[in-house]
Design a protein around this ligand. Structure first.
Ligand SMILES: [Zn+2]
Length: 85
């Protein structure tokens, strides 16, 4: 199965929140950056804006209990899809 990566923070997902067709966001929030799929990652501009704010705040996990031990921001950011960097 192909992984899907958050357009804002690069977190990997087994199932795309943008649906099988890639055009049907479920409007849930990323566990890591908290971006709302379909809104905050709608295009490269919104993704960059949300990312800049999130990074300024110190890149906190939206669902802190899901943050893996040993999580590395620098290792995750390069996973952001090229078109949204
Ligand atoms: Zn994210």
């Amino acid at each position: 199965m192909e992984m899907w990566y958050c357009r804002v923070c690069g977190l990997d997902y087994d199932v795309s929140p943008w649906g099988e067709d890639g055009h049907t966001p479920d409007y849930t929030c990323c566990a890591c950056c908290g971006a709302q799929f379909g809104i905050d990652d709608y295009n490269v501009v919104t993704a960059q804006l949300f990312r800049a704010t999130w990074l300024t705040e110190g890149a906190p996990w939206f669902y802190a209990n899901l943050k893996p031990s040993g999580w590395q921001l620098a290792a995750q950011l390069p996973q952001i899809p090229l078109a949204y960097q």
